[in-house]
Design a protein around this ligand. Structure first.
Ligand code: TYD
Length: 135
């Protein structure tokens, strides 16, 4: 789907454990201006419900599992994230919802810009009308 893609991150594993390094512009396709993580989410909770006008993000479930629904009015995909060496890239103009957080799930998000509420579209009908003009 346009502006969405699973990414395999390189992982170094040995008898001491595993390590995943992430370097901006090398391992992910943008400079990282912000990092945040979502945790303590009850199983029944669904969150997200927005798109971004300009923001690029990579989502990594560093513990547990979570499902990510992405859609753009034409297509819809559901990605399960359950592997700390796998990322989901979500670019601009993609509606996303996050749900089915497992016990102790931690969803790490790398973002290309500072937090800016003006970059959000939080109403699905508004999103659809904007995205229809965009495509
Ligand atoms: P929100 O984007 O609504 O979370 P989600 O889309 O995962 O449901 O953010 C929840 C709250 O956190 C909201 O009050 C804005 C605040 N927030 C920041 O202050 N900085 C950030 O980088 C993010 C992502 C959210």
């Amino acid at each position: 789907m346009f502006n969405v893609g699973k990414m395999k991150l390189k992982k170094f594993s040995d008898e001491y454990g595993s390590l995943v390094p992430i370097e901006e512009t090398r391992d992910i396709p943008f400079e990282i201006k912000r990092v945040y993580y979502i945790f303590d989410v009850e199983e029944a909770v669904r969150r997200g419900f927005h798109s971004h006008n300009k923001l690029h993000q990579v989502l990594i479930c560093v513990n547990g599992s979570v499902k990510i629904l992405v859609q753009n009015g034409e297509e819809k995909e559901i990605h399960e994230l359950n592997n700390p060496s796998e990322g989901l890239y979500i670019g601009p103009k993609v509606w996303r919802e996050m749900y089915d957080f497992s016990d102790h799930a931690v969803l790490l998000v790398l973002a290309s810009d500072y937090f800016d509420e003006a970059d959000y579209v939080r109403n699905y009908d508004t999103y659809l009308s904007q995205v229809n003009n965009f495509y």
